[in-house]
Write a protein that binds this ligand. Sequence first.
Ligand code: NAD
Length: 455
Amino acid sequence: MSTTFDVINPATEKLVTTLQEADSAQTDEIIAKAAKAFLTWKKVSPGDRANLLRRFSAVVTAHREELAQLEITNSGHTRGNALWEADNVANVLNYYAGAPERLFGKQIPVAGGVDITFKEPIGVVGIIVPWNFPMPIASWGFAAALAAGNTVVLKPAELTPMTAVRLAELALLAGIPEGVLNVIVGKGSVVGARFVSNPTVRKISFTGSTSVGKSIMAGCADQVKRVTLELGGKSANVIFADSDIDRAAAAAPGAVFDNSGQDCCARSRILVQKSVFDRFMAGFEKGVKEYRVEDPNLDSSQMGPLVSKKQLETVQSFLNDKDDTVAFTGSAPTGAGYWMPPTVLLPKSVNARTWQEEIFGPVVSVLPFEDEAEAIALANASDYGLSGSIWTNDLGRAMRVSRAIESGNLSVNSHSSVRFWTPFGGFKQSGLGRALGPDALDAYTETKNVFFATE
Ligand code: NAD
């Protein structure tokens, strides 16, 4: 029997809508539908599949305002971010529309025949999405999966299902056949868990917390099910004395407080070389105080509310720690909504919980370091390795430190966001496999080797 759940606007705490959540049997039915659609979708010619993905991209662009509005209302994302996110879906679809005609195999020299490799689709792919970037993360999975000839069952996070549901409708509008992209709203422990246990789902692409990711990986082991994991982070923003300190300080608030800090790539540990610590902190404080935390519908808004009451409480629970002092905070609205000001902490040591754990909210910790060796050691003293930034004007140091930091995505003298045409993923407990760019197609195909005897 299906149950319902409420979707709440985090900026106002008002009810947005009530949705049905699928149970295990309904999940199985949709997985069976995706398996049936796979039989025809994998045979759609590369050119036709490319055209359908391009049409899907164009339909998303035509609905960007509507999609952005849904995300503002459902997730509290700022208008600027929500429009970027809708455009990101269109861009990712357009990028992977180039893939069906470029899924090259190899011809490998052999004696007595011809040897060719093929990139075969895997089958039904289960995509499990977190609540922090509902649109982009869904599309990073489904665009590459569909381009490679798979069909998809996708589960959005319980808190933020609205845009995923709409994207599945837009796919149909664009002419993607019924059953090819299926969105199933429901609990992780029911729908997501069924993706893992149902043998018809041949691959899981999971983005979310490291703890759930580990249980999914363990569940996949039972069937040797393919799995890609995009997990948590505690990324370092390393500022050397030889960098443009004013620029580094001005850029630091956006690098951690964008999306209210609910970003796996948030630079939530700032490391500053001792000799420029005070100068950096003065510039950083100015930037934090000016950071606009306000109604996400406003064009000027830089940060909205946190996604839910529970998330607000979790983040606030980090602030009562005796191992930190609060350096300064920004501002936030009062009244209805899950608001919190950007908060800057000075941990007493690297053992502070706030230095070690992913907070996933607008909280950042700052520590000084002596020299390059200490900066690298501190940056790497984490189970995570997703992202990070290095600020220096010394080219040799930029090269050395970016090679030494154990992380999947680094930027030098910038906090560049994820680019859809370059690979994205984590070292260590931040994940397994890569999304985006040319590499993602490997995650959605199997390599088949065929030898043709000619003698
Ligand atoms: P979460 O792990 O609680 O949930 C993620 C998804 O998994 C949701 O759809 C949830 O319903 C589902 N789920 C929960 N339990 C499940 C189970 N037992 N079986 C199958 N599915 C299950 O994470 P969240 O709180 O939604 O998102 C925040 C986390 O996601 C943070 O740790 C963040 O760093 C991480 N994240 C990582 C990336 C990345 O690319 N590396 C991107 C965004 C978010």
